[in-house]
Design a protein around this ligand. Sequence first.
Ligand SMILES: *Cc1c(COP(=O)(O)O)cnc(C)c1O
Length: 356
Amino acid sequence: MIQDTLAFKVSKTNNSKLSQVDWENLPFGKVFSDHMLVMEYADGKWQTPEIMPFENLSMHPATSALHYGQSIFEGMKANRMVNGDIQIFRPEMNAKRFIESCERMCMPVIPEELFVELVRKTVEFDADWVPNREGYSLYIRPFLIATDEFVGIRPSETYKFIIFTCPVGAYYSQPVNVKVEEHYTRAASGGVGRAKTAGNYAASLFPAKLAQEKGFHQLLWTDAKEHKYIEESGTMNICFVIDGKLITPSEDEDTILRGVTKRSVVDLAKKWGIPVEERKVTVEEIVDAARNGKLQDAFGAGTAATIAHVAKLGFRDEIFELPSIESRDFSNKIKTYLDDLKAGKIADEFGWCFKV
Ligand SMILES: *Cc1c(COP(=O)(O)O)cnc(C)c1O
């Protein structure tokens, strides 16, 4: 077992910032816990991981990741349970996805068990930073960057893997307005859409900015070839409910990020006897359903927000108002279930929660 044998270097801060946190006004992703984990890759292997005080990195200006984008990340959350214990939601799924991202971007793989143990150790070390308040959690950001000091295009030979954490409150307090994007694209078949790699997010900023200028929060991405099929929304997977059926774009497409939250939504729907269709979803059928008042629900699924209800759907010059949030029985039930599960208020029937 990795637990028994894994060597760590540890240096503890003597200047904790915990007492300075303003819990009432906690902005998402701007407050950082005391420590971070750093593990270097050199000479063809992973070096001893080190937990150290959270601090700036010093980098050579030619650091490969900054120029050529070999940079991938993950996002997950640790929660304080009502009994005071800490658990992480399905981290092995993030570990598996991280491996896929590594492979696609020609980066050295971190074995699943090692990844999960490094995450566990990082959270355990800053356990005091896992908030003890309803709706709050500790966001965990593992990432991997190429560190060769070199101008030229080839896979780096050295890397830095880092995990830091942020105490956070609720992500979206309000439902979101989304617009169907028919020109710009997030990902094309054969590209890197399935990898959680930095450039995907940079590429989405400009189209998202244009949508924001029109009063939308996010885009509903469509396929790059025909703009006929719906793929994702912003950095969340998208789900619809029509005629009591859960409909969501199939992840067989390599343009869609395989989300842990979406997978959990689908698993729950199946368990609860709700019909699920994972398939190609056309813009046309969703717009038609919205126009005819048959679109009962639309929501984004992702770690940061868990469930983000769509309030308004924009398509070309039309804007459709979706049913009231209170009427969204399925997504409200999912949200409550996942919140309660993470808080340890209900039994973990699927074995999704990983104890720290
Ligand atoms: C991270 C991410 C998601 C959501 O994945 P989760 O594992 O549920 O957090 C969906 N789409 C994109 C593009 C993402 O980057």
